[in-house]
Write a protein that binds this ligand. Structure first.
Ligand SMILES: Cc1cc2nc3c(=O)[nH]c(=O)nc-3n(C[C@H](O)[C@H](O)[C@H](O)COP(=O)(O)O)c2cc1C
Length: 215
C-alpha cells in the first residue's frame, strides 16, 4: 500500500500505522522538579540519544491544546534539569501508569508506588527501581509546528551530565541486555521487551581490501 500521511484518513486503516513502523522506540522515563519543587515523572517514546561527545539526548513533547506545555517539558525548561530513567521489564505497569494526565501537583512517582534516590549532578531525583539513569542539563527546545491548530511539538534536548548503571545489569564490564531487559514502544498500544542481541564484525572488515592486514 502507499498513502500520503498528510491526509489524516489516507491510510484507510482502522488505526494510524506510522508509529508501528518506527519501532521499537526506547522509552525515556523523565523525572523533573517543578519550579516550586514538586516531583514529576512521565514516559516519552519519542526519545533517543542524539550524539556524543557531548552526550546529548532528546524527548519530544506533543502539546495538549488545553495545556500548551506538558509538565516534563515545562519543568525541564523552568529548572534547566531532567533525568531519563530507563524502564526495565518489571517496571512496565508503573511506567504506563505515570503517563496518566494528572494535575501538575500530583507526584506520579508516589502514585505508581515508586521510590526516589538523589541525583548527583542535578536536583530532580532518580527512580530508585530503574536500572540506569541519565542525569541531564537542559539545552534547548526546538518547536515544530503541529497540524492541530494552537498546538506544537516541543523537542527538548539535554546534555547528559551523569550516568548511573546498576551492577545488577552488568556482566564482565558490559551492559548485559539480557539483564537490563528494556521495555520499548511499538505502535498502537503495544510494547516489546529487548531480551537478546547479536554481534557483527567491524563493517570496514566486511569490504574486501578496506582493512589492511597488519604485517
Ligand atoms: C510509553 C509511552 C510513551 C509516550 N511517549 C510520548 C511522547 O514521546 N511524547 C508525548 O508528548 N507524549 C508521550 N506519551 C504520553 C505522555 O506520557 C503523557 O501525555 C503524560 O501525561 C505527560 O506527562 P507530563 O505532563 O507529566 O510530562 C507517552 C505515553 C506512554 C505510555
Amino acid at each position: 500500500m502507499f498513502y500520503d500521511p498528510r491526509d489524516p484518513k489516507g491510510h484507510g486503516l482502522p488505526h494510524d500505522p506510522f508509529k508501528s513502523l518506527i519501532a521499537p522506540r526506547p522509552i525515556g522515563w523523565i523525572s523533573t522538579l517543578s519550579d516550586d519543587g514538586k516531583v514529576n515523572l512521565a514516559p516519552y517514546s519519542f526519545f533517543n540519544a542524539v550524539c556524543y561527545p557531548p552526550y546529548i539526548v532528546m524527548f519530544s513533547s506533543s502539546e495538549l491544546v488545553d495545556d500548551p506545555r506538558k509538565h516534563s517539558r515545562r519543568n525541564a525548561e523552568d529548572t534547566g534539569e531532567f533525568v531519563c530513567n530507563l524502564v526495565s521489564a518489571e517496571l512496565t505497569d508503573a511506567m504506563h501508569m505515570t503517563a496518566a494526565h494528572v494535575d501538575r501537583d500530583v507526584d506520579e512517582l508516589a502514585m505508581a508506588g515508586l521510590t526516589t534516590e538523589p541525583s548527583v549532578t542535578v536536583k530532580p531525583p532518580r527512580v530508585r527501581e530503574s536500572p540506569a539513569h541519565l542525569e541531564c542539563r537542559y539545552m534547548q527546545t526546538v518547536i515544530l509546528e503541529s497540524d492541530t491548530p494552537g498546538s506544537t511539538h516541543g523537542v527538548v534536548f539535554g546534555e547528559v551530565t551523569g550516568i548511573h548503571i546498576s551492577d545488577t545489569v552488568m556482566t564482565d564490564g558490559l551492559v548485559d541486555i539480557t539483564k537490563l531487559r528494556p521495555v520499548a514502544r511499538l505502535g498502537y498500544r503495544d510494547y516489546t521487551i529487548v531480551e537478546d542481541g547479536f554481534s557483527k564484525p567491524s563493517y570496514d572488515s566486511m569490504v574486501p581490501g578496506l582493512v589492511k592486514e597488519s604485517s
